[in-house]
Design a protein around this ligand. Structure first.
Ligand code: FE
Ligand code: FE
Ligand code: FE
Length: 599
């Protein structure tokens, strides 16, 4: 990255400018012993992610930068001395890909949670906000990310909608929208390109979006689930540089060999031991390995943590702590083109984390651009209030009636097409009873209804889903990847209408109803995706919804139920998925608007 683009970054994120000449003058004097440091971290071990050493050294800070890393005890002249008693001084953690929306809190709240965990830089793809509110949503993300103690770099959502033609979301991004976002200085590149077929088959839509990224000179990030052989080579040849959809050691090595930067993610734990095995096989951890969190639910973020939890898990699976740390710091900084980050060395930005050690990664202190931001889990600097108003009008539904949860049919029996499994869905057929002109949903099945919430239609897409146990209540959600329409699940039309209307009144969120009562609710008034409440409260409300959701079905897969509930409309995937248009299939492109075959 050039000096001027670093300077640009400083201006856009509100972080102090490292090219400040007076600060450099003072840093040189302090490093040479001719002036005191502002802050001196003494008695610690520096985690040197270049040499792989954990060495005794003190670190002197001047303004926003590190001025000197020198022998322990060599200096004591500083405005403030922090005695570390053998703790480890590491670079601040960099998360190379995530969606804040998955944690259901605002960027400001997110910063308040992860900075005390040692994360100082994140690359945020506001893909869900983009799908709901289009460019206004991304613009709000940029504004809401500014001036926080967490450095939030924004990736431009590439797949809005993620299944064009199979669903309707709140916007439609083509090459011109991508080029516009890339022209904003806050945008660091094109976010995960998920439409692999579009890239490989050179669809005008996807090629145009990727081309805008290539011409911008910024990052072009990817999502390369299951790609191998010629398809993998073609995807990378198309300009896509990274992947986080890794499955096993073979997949990890083939992506590394194809020159992709990989983003190991905490939200898919089975891949972590595979990664450790892959690195063992080649005898090194490549410099193109970075770490990310991608999607973390609010309770997990608050309780287990984000990046720091990932470091702990990697060490648990046998990775060396310093190697894991290098992935989360220097490798990440190189990937995103930030020469000021990722290393404890003079001249670099003073983003630092003091850990107890590199096994348990207990976080003691966090510095961001030289400012002591957190100690022992608590943020102790004031954050500016949220100023930018989020986009409104994202719930353009008036109210729904119980009769909209009925599938019309004639006679007394009918054959219907169904979605036969919760995971890796398949098409099914089923003979059902017909009563009073409507299909009787079988006891072991449920209805999934998806209402377009952007004003395209008042009538929902309907599908019968099997394999989710027996339902005694209803669940509604506006968190519904990736269209974030309003989905309602259940068997009882009154409970379903109550759930839907509760969310229409609140502007969106998640709710569980039974017997005419609301069992649990998580209001998400910002675009039907985020809460403005305190993260601890959001975590509590989310747990309440998760538990209530588990109680309205007898399904034994309840631990992952909420994840499947919000993912059941992912029309870009193969197999049947109910969207606002009906039952769609991402593999064949089929759309079934009426599931009744014959009656
Ligand atoms: Fe992805
Ligand atoms: Fe992602
Ligand atoms: Fe999504």
């Amino acid at each position: 990255m050039s000096a001027s683009s670093e300077d640009n970054a400083s201006r856009t994120t509100g972080e102090p400018d490292l090219n400040d000449r007076a600060m450099r003058d003072r840093a040189v004097l302090a490093a040479r012993g001719k002036a005191p440091f502002d802050v001196l971290l003494s008695g610690g071990l520096v985690a040197d992610v270049v040499t792989g050493e954990l060495r005794e050294a003190d670190v002197g800070l001047v303004g926003a930068m590190i001025a000197s890393v020198h022998p322990r005890g060599a200096r004591s002249d500083a405005g403030r001395v922090l005695a570390l008693a053998g703790a480890v001084i590491a670079p601040g953690l960099i998360d190379t890909h995530l969606h804040i929306e998955s944690s259901m809190i605002t960027p400001r709240s997110y910063a308040g949670v992860v900075v005390p965990q040692g994360t100082t830089t994140i690359c945020w793809d506001p893909h869900e906000l983009g799908n709901v509110s289009g460019l206004d949503g991304v613009r709000w993300a940029v504004e809401a990310a500014r001036g926080l103690p967490l450095r939030i770099l924004i990736e431009a959502p590439s797949c809005v909608p993620s299944a064009p033609g199979l669903e309707r979301c709140g916007a439609d991004f083509r090459a011109d929208a991508m080029a516009e976002m890339l022209s904003w200085p806050e945008i660091i590149g094109v976010a995960e390109v998920m439409d692999m077929r579009g890239v490989l088959e050179r669809s005008p839509r996807m090629s145009g979006i990727v081309q805008a990224g290539l011409e911008s000179g910024k990052l072009v990030c990817g999502h390369a689930r299951g790609l191998e052989g010629p398809a993998l080579q073609g995807f990378v040849a198309g300009g896509i540089e990274s992947d986080h959809e890794l499955t096993d050691r073979h997949d990890i090595l083939s992506k590394l060999r194809a020159g992709m930067a990989i983003e190991l993610r905490v939200s898919h734990e089975p891949v972590l031991p595979e990664a450790v095995a892959a690195f063992r096989e080649i005898g090194r951890v490549p410099q193109t390995v970075t770490l990310c969190t991608d999607d973390i639910f609010p309770d997990d973020l608050v309780k287990q943590g984000g990046m720091v939890h990932l470091l702990r898990r990697l060490v648990h699976y046998g990775m060396d702590g310093l190697e894991a740390l290098r992935c989360a710091t220097l490798n990440a900084a190189q990937r995103i083109g930030r020469r000021d980050l990722g290393l404890v060395a003079p001249g670099r930005r003073a983003d630092l984390v003091v850990f107890d050690n590199l096994e348990t990664f207990g976080v003691r202190q966090v510095f961001v651009s030289g400012i002591h931001a957190a100690s022992d889990g608590d943020l102790h600097i004031a954050m500016r209030p949220d100023t930018a108003a989020p986009p409104g009008g994202t719930m353009r539904l008036t109210s729904v009636s119980a009769s909209q949860f009925l599938i019309p049919a004639s006679g007394t029996r009918a054959m219907i097409r169904t979605v036969s499994k919760p995971r890796f869905t398949q098409w099914g057929t089923r003979e059902v009873a017909v009563r009073d002109g409507h299909v009787v949903i079988p006891a072991d099945a449920a209805l999934m209804a998806v209402f377009n919430r952007y004003g395209a239609s008042a009538e929902p897409g309907l599908g019968v889903i099997e394999g989710w146990g027996e339902w005694t209540g209803a669940i509604a959600t506006t968190v519904l990847h990736d269209s974030h329409n309003l989905a309602v699940y259940g068997r009882d039309p009154d409970d379903m209408a109550l759930a839907a209307n509760t969310l229409i009144a609140s502007g969106g969120g998640m709710v569980v109803t039974r017997g005419g009562r609301i069992l649990a609710e998580l209001p998400l008034p910002v675009c039907g995706l985020l809460s403005t409440d305190d993260p601890q409260d959001v975590a509590r409300q989310f747990v309440a919804v998760r538990e209530a959701a588990a109680s309205v079905s007898t399904w034994d897969g309840v631990p992952v139920m909420i994840k499947l509930i919000i993912g059941a409309s992912l029309a870009c995937n193969a197999g049947p998925h109910v969207t606002d248009l009906g039952i769609t299939d991402g593999m064949t492109g089929e759309i079934v608007t009426d599931c009744v075959l014959a009656s």
